[in-house]
Design a protein around this ligand. Structure first.
Ligand code: ADP
Ligand code: MG
Length: 359
């Protein structure tokens, strides 16, 4: 597979502060690639270097195999959709979309043809004469993307484009954007601090923290096989315990938690016999009323609350030492009989727990 974007050893310093540290990645042609990380971790700085608005301190950026060093932004085959969309409010939808084509001195009939085609592609046929102020948030979003896509970039860069929308619309636009990308086939590089956006939309996701990439993988890989504690915490929910490693060999660890449990789990980075460690376990990996297997991660908890969000039910439970644990209830069985205050038995498969070195 060819790559639309290849980044090697990319570094950006602002004075003494390193905003992007030695980042390496490839984005395959036609894919949806997300960069996910908390606010301030360097996502926008990275994107601005790809777009050409920011000069790298060192490292390489190649688009479709061409080195971008010294190439000005308007000569790069990329386009950037900003968080605040930056539409021209006094112009019509069609004028907004046509703006870049006019600047490139494309002739009139060609501009009209491409603008109309683009309006249809983003699901806004007949909206060309409307003013920006007459559109809903989601429609403005689509105009902002259409305005970039009409210039036929190799890569579309999107910097938290859903950030300003309310939750319901964001949920809807997530699916819309994914469908749009699949339809036009343009490579999307999408920045977000919202893990659910990244998981739902992307073919691959890079998780960024403090200027570095912690892991690059498919959404399934990041969720199921987080490479670092940061990725485990940032992607999806977890139950965590702090403790010490009793034994660690062949990828297996026995950990004694600070509240006195001994658990068997998979050993990950930094898990060393005699050292501190943290255990991570997904709420859906917890089973209630498990078959008792001698010595295997089975224990009693008290139900504190039942958390129902419309699609799933979770139990908020506590161990005798008041350590809180979330337990997702399987959907194919009825658990109506469980009440706050009940004591239940829970357990988990040693394959489901990950033990990382801790403090
Ligand atoms: P994100 O988009 O992930 O929220 P940014 O890339 O905007 O993060 O910023 C990363 C870090 O770099 C922040 O600490 C920010 O303050 C700093 N930074 C960004 N641009 C500049 C600049 N022009 N001068 C100095 N520091 C900057
Ligand atoms: Mg940003």
């Amino acid at each position: 597979m060819d790559n639309d974007l290849s980044v090697r050893k990319l570094v950006k310093k602002f004075g003494d502060f390193t905003a992007v540290q030695n980042v390496d990645f490839d984005v395959p042609t036609g894919s949806f690639f997300s960069i996910l990380g908390p606010s301030g971790c360097g996502k926008t700085t990275l994107l601005r270097m790809v777009a050409g608005f920011e000069e790298p301190t060192s490292g390489q950026i190649a688009i479709r195999g061409n080195d971008m060093l010294g190439v000005p932004p308007n000569q790069r085959p990329v386009n950037l959709v900003f968080q605040h969309l930056a539409l021209f409010p006094m112009m019509t939808v069609a004028e907004n979309i046509a703006f870049g084509l006019k600047r490139r001195k494309v002739d009139g009939p060609e501009i009209a043809r491409r603008t109309q085609a683009m309006l249809e592609r983003v699901g806004l046929p007949g909206y060309g004469d409307k003013r920006i102020g007459q559109l809903s948030g989601g429609q403005k979003q689509r105009v902002a993307i259409a305005r970039c896509l009409v210039l036929e970039p190799s890569v579309l860069l999107l910097d938290e484009p859903l950030g300003a929308l309310d939750l319901k619309l964001r949920e809807q636009m997530k699916v819309e954007l994914k469908k749009l990308q699949a339809k036009v086939g343009t490579t999307f590089i999408y920045i977000t601090h919202d893990q659910s956006e990244a998981l739902v939309m992307s073919d691959r996701v890079a998780v960024m923290n403090n200027g570095r990439f912690e892991q690059v993988g498919t959404p399934q890989e990041l969720y199921g096989e987080p490479a670092t504690p940061f990725v485990a915490r940032f992607v999806g929910d977890n139950n965590t315990w702090a403790g010490s490693v009793l034994e660690c060999s062949d990828g297996r660890a026995m950990i004694r938690t600070d509240d006195g449990f001994e658990f068997n789990a998979r050993a990950r980075e930094g898990c060393i016999s005699g050292k501190r460690a943290d255990l991570y376990l997904r709420p859906e990996a917890m089973r209630i009323n498990p078959q008792r297997v001698e010595g295997q991660n089975v224990f009693g908890v008290t139900v504190k609350a039942i958390l129902f969000d419309g699609a799933n039910s979770r139990l908020l439970t506590v161990t005798p030492s008041e350590h809180e644990l979330l337990v997702t209830l399987p959907q194919n069985r009825k658990f109506d009989y469980i009440r706050p205050g009940d004591e239940i038995t829970v357990g988990w498969d040693p394959e489901a727990g990950l033990c990382f070195g801790g403090e």
